[in-house]
Every structure is written in C-alpha cells, then in structure tokens.
Design a binder for this molecule. Structure first.
Ligand code: F6R
Length: 607
C-alpha cells in the first residue's frame, strides 16, 4: 500500500524523509519520491523500483528542512517514474503526495483540461494537484483552495501538500485513508503509518475524515472541511515497532483479514460509476461482453477457488457457460476453444508461472484474455488483452485473504455486467444486485466484530488432526478455500467435499468426534447439505455450521457461526471470513508462524 511521510523542522528534510520511507518499505511499493522545499524552490526527485534507486538519485546535497515523501503501490497507471509521487500541478504551484482513490478523476480531468491545465501522468493524483492549483489561483489561499477542492473530490484520500509561496508549512487533508501527525520539539512529522515516525515521536494526532491540518515547524492547526478552526488532543503511542508495522495486530494475516472491507470497497469504487458497472478502464465494452459465448476461468490455489465461485455465479445469473480450471492443468490439456470465448486469469501476484503460461496458451489460440490481478504492471497484467485490477493493496502474509475477497468482488461485477449485457435479467434486478454487492464490506465488518466467538471453537479443533468441510454450489468452493486456509497455516489435515459426495466413499473416514464443518448459505441447497451432515452425525461426527442468519440448523449442528443474510450468489464473500479466522486461530494456537507457513512462497514463479 502507498506510504506517506512529511517533515517540517530544522534538520535536513531529505534524510528524515528517506529514513521514514525505508521504515514503510515492508508495506510493499513499486516506486518512490520526495519533494523538498527550500524558500521558493521545490526539488522533486522520483524513481521507479526500489527505494535504493531513489537514494542514488538523491545522493547529492539537497538544502531544505521541510518536505514530503511517498512510496507508491501502483493502482492508476504503471509503476513508472512519471506516475510516482510527488505530483506537481501544471502551473507548478502545488506539489503533493496522495494515498487513496479519486473516484471522479475522469470528470475532474475533463473540467481541468477545459480550464487550461495539462496532465503528464496517468494517475488520479495529478487531478487533485491541478484542482488545488485551480482554486489556489482563484483564492490565493491554501486553506480556501483546499476547502473548495475537497468539496469537488469524490473518493478517499490522505493528501500532503506543498503550496508555492508558503515555504514554512505543509497542508494535509484526510478522508478515509490513514494520516497521522507527530509532534516533536520544534519539528513536526506526518505519516500514513506509525512506524515511519516512531523513532522521533510518540505524541501523535490521528486525523479524522473531513479534517485539514496546517503543519509548521513544531506546530499544527486543524480545520474542518469548511475551513473552521477545530481543537484536537494528541495521544501517546505505546506500540513497539513490530506491532506498529502490523497496525497493532499480532500478525500481518490478521491485519489483512481486517483490511477486507476496505479492499472490497476500494475494488468496487474502481468499477462503479454513477450507479453502473464501468469496465472502460479494462477496455471491456457492453458489446464485447454481449458477444461472449463461453468463459474459461483459470487460476491456482485460492485464485482457482475464486474462479470456481465465479463459475457458479456467472452460470447462475448470466447464463453463460463457464469452464473453470487449474492453470497447471489447463496449459497441458490441449484445450478446445470456440468462437467468441474469453479466457479469464485470476492472480494476486500476476507472476504465478502456471497462470502466466496458461495465459500465453490461450493467447496462442487467439482467444481474448482478461486478467484479474492485484499487482499493477505484473507479467500477467502486461500480457493480457484486458485487465481488471483488484484494489486490495499489497498482501504480505503468504496466505491470501484480502486479495481473495477483492477478486470475488470483481467476479461478482463481471457476472452482473455479463448478465446485464446479455439481457439475462431486468434493469431492476441489475440494481438489486449492485445494491447488495455494495453492502458486502459492511457485512464483512459485522462478521469481524464477532470474531472472538471463533476462538473457543478453534481451541477445540487445534488439538485434532483432521477436519472435513462440506458444501454445495458456491458453498463447496468456499469449503475448498476454507480447507486450503486451514491446511496451509495450521498444518491440520482439512479436506473439502461436495456435500453429496461424502457417501460415495469418504464417509468411511468418519468416526466418533471427527469434526465436519458445513457451509450453509444457499437457501435452496442447505436442507440437502444439512441432511448430509445428519448422515455423518449418526456415525459420531462433531458438527459445525457456518450458516446464514435465519437458517434452521441449531437442532442438527453442535456449533454454529452465523453470517449476515445476503443474496445467494454473494454469500461466499461472507462465509469465507470465519474460515480464514478459524485457520488463523488454529495456526496461532498451535504456535505456528501463520504469516510464513513452511514450504510456501508468496509468489510461485516456478512450474
Ligand atoms: C493460498 C494462496 C495461494 C495462491 C496461489 C496463486 O492462500 O495464497 O494458493 O492463491 O499461489 O497465487 P496468485 O494469486 O498470486 O496467482
């Protein structure tokens, strides 16, 4: 995720900014930059790739005791030097760094171009720089320019800004994206994350959405979104550097599990415009979608499970045939393709060797390709014909959680867009689908609030050596993902089955107290799965249900965890959360390193 630092004091700003950026490196980034103010002169230095390249470019002495810095994780535009922050307005009066997403970037660009502003990058951030400059030209006041501009910006942001003519202050503004201000003696620090400034100060102000700050050397004044002065009280940070990197969580995996509402929200923001799905960023028009007769969805591991869910949902609501396959199988299967087909690769890293080869295989057959990828500029993203990025931010824990949720969100939008283009349902239903998809982040938050109830259950399972998970339809693909999560981080043998398959062999493994977990979210299917659960209960199994609220399961199962109601196709976004948490709790209770499970790598670049 992008990182921000800022400094106003009496020491050399360059060193403090670069050290701050180094402390944010763990979050992942693909380019970096700094801007240093010295009187009326602003020096901007940027580099793509590692921070080391930026340090090389900034090796010479740079005078100035006030400045801003940024590490960028590409979302809009490739990880190039042009797209790296800080960005400057076309007239040079505003220099800024930005975390977040400006949703109405295209409208703002059009407005600013009509008003004589030019653009040199592909980023949404440059629209903010030019918009601030437009209002700064009109008002002559940074604060007024900010209040005017912020009323026009839709989306999320942490903005840290230098204005020409104001060499002794930095302005900041926040909506949703984190931003803190740390107070030292005659110096002030700004950061997106605590670790960047922890060596200098523990006295911090946490900015709230809608707030603006004017930061001087050892001073700060806060304003609301209308520019009226407000009072704030600083707090003392008690975390050490290790827990600060994890936002106070014990592990990156837990931090990332909690980032899922944001990952889904940001991903949806990227593709919903004025209440409609807009895939124009991927150059996927309604007529292209309409022409598609069949999809091949391909991925590895968890990405394959997302694909499997997508397959069920697309066939269910868009009525288009879908074949879902492991990338490692697809590439050697000598696949058969027809006219008007689309191959969809799902990959967090965009570098998985099997998925990349599968993409090349599809392209070699002349089949158009669509990549659903988290890492901008990765090999799969570069080679695919169309790309729909997930906006999960960098995932550090080896086991995927937030990228999985973001991939599901894109797949739901794809299913709804395909169904709409094909006329598989009416406009009213289209709106019902979109309304419900947008409620998912809040429902994930509700599940996370109840997470403690899964600890007790985990304590019971942590002492066992085996677990079965069952489900039907999308509940089966979620069961597969749950089993993978539990296996990979807790080393318990967890096996998922289509609920109807147990009686075809596996049931002979059931004995007294064997735990069997049923995923029960589909109104039309859950009575069937429940009856499969009764079959194993009568052979001694211990039954756990992950069920939608209101489903009558309590008389059958021994333990139940309820998830909020949602429309049938979208339930996997909710049912996977307790399974991720079970995996996490069981793994930590068994004393394992859940962030780095044995034998696994985050990106599998070998066949
Ligand atoms: C499991 C997990 C893996 C990945 C798989 C594909 O938690 O993370 O199964 O899903 O290795 O990786 P990407 O999505 O990078 O292609």
């Amino acid at each position: 995720m992008c990182g921000i630092v800022g400094f106003a004091g009496k020491r050399n700003a360059k060193d403090i900014l670069l050290q701050g950026l180094q402390r944010l490196e763990y979050r992942g980034y693909d380019s970096a930059g700094i801007a240093i103010q010295n009187g009326e002169q602003t020096t901007v230095i940027k580099a793509s790739g590692r921070l080391q390249s930026l340090m090389e470019k900034a090796k010479h002495e740079i005078q100035g005791t006030l400045g801003i810095g940024h590490t960028r994780w590409a979302t809009h535009g490739k990880p190039t030097e042009e797209n790296a922050h800080p960005h400057q307005s076309a007239d040079g009066s505003v220099t800024l760094v930005h975390n977040g997403i400006i949703e109405n970037e295209r409208e703002l660009r059009a407005f600013l171009m009509q008003n004589g502003f030019s653009f040199s990058s592909e980023t949404d951030t440059e629209a903010a720089a030019n918009l601030l400059a437009y209002h700064y030209q009109k008002t002559g006041s940074p604060l007024k320019a900010l209040t005017e501009a912020l009323h026009m910006i839709h989306g999320s942001y942490a903005l840290v800004i230098l204005f020409k003519g104001c060499p002794d202050v930095i302005f900041t503004a926040k909506k949703e994206s984190p931003l803190i201000i740390g107070m030292g003696a005659e110096e002030t620090f700004i950061a997106s994350d605590v670790p960047a400034i922890l060596p200098y100060t523990r006295r911090i102000y946490d900015m709230e959405s809608g707030e603006i700050a004017e930061v001087g050397r050892g001073s700060v004044h806060f304003y609301d979104k209308n520019g009226d002065h407000i009072e704030k009280t600083p707090t003392e940070i008690t975390w050490n550097i290790d827990s600060a990197e994890k936002d106070g969580f014990d592990h990156f995996m837990m931090k990332e599990i909690h980032e899922q509402p944001k990952a889904v929200r940001n991903t949806l923001y990227a593709y919903l415009k004025n209440g409609n799905i807009d895939f124009s960023k991927a150059n996927l028009t309604e007529s292209t979608l309409k022409s598609i007769q069949k999809l091949h969805i391909i991925g590895c591991g968890s990405a394959y499970h997302v694909g499997m869910t997508a397959g069920y949902v697309i066939e269910d609501i868009a009525r288009i045939p879908v074949r879902v396959e492991y990338a490692s199988e697809f590439r050697y299967r000598h696949p058969v393709f027809g006219e008007h087909e689309l191959a969809v690769m799902i990959s967090q890293s965009g570098e998985t060797a099997d998925s990349l080869s599968a993409l090349r295989e599809a392209k070699a057959h002349g089949v158009p390709t669509l990549a659903i990828v988290n890492v901008v500029g990765s090999s799969i993203a570069r080679e695919a014909d169309h790309v729909l990025y997930t906006h999960a931010g960098p995932e550090i824990a080896v086991a995927t959680t937030k990228a999985y949720s973001a991939q599901l969100a894109v797949c739901y939008l794809l299913a709804v867009a395909l169904g709409h283009a094909k006329g598989a349902f009416c406009d009213a239903k289209y709106q019902v689908f979109l309304d419900e998809i947008q409620k998912l982040p809040e429902k994930i938050e509700q599940i996370l609030e109840k997470k403690d109830s899964l600890r007790v259950l985990s304590a019971h399972l942590a002492s066992l050596e085996t677990l079965f998970l069952i489900g039907r339809g999308v509940d089966f693909s979620t069961a597969l993902e749950g089993a993978l999560k539990i296996k990979e981080i807790s080393y318990i043998h967890a096996e998922a089955y289509a609920a109807g398959e147990l009686k075809h062999g596996t049931i002979s493994l059931i004995e007294k107290e064997t735990p069997v977990l049923g995923v029960l979210t589909q109104k039309n299917l859950f009575p069937k799965t429940l009856s499969n659960m009764r079959e194993v209960k009568s052979r001694g199994a211990y039954l756990i249900g992950i069920a939608t609220e209101g489903f009558d399961v309590e008389n059958t199962v021994d333990e139940v965890f309820y998830i909020p109601e949602t429309l049938r196709p979208f339930a996997p976004s909710l049912s996977v959360i307790p399974l991720q948490l079970l995996g996490y709790y069981i793994g930590t209770m068994r004393g394992l390193d859940v962030d780095k499970p044995r034998n696994l790598a985050k990106s599998v670049t070998v066949e």
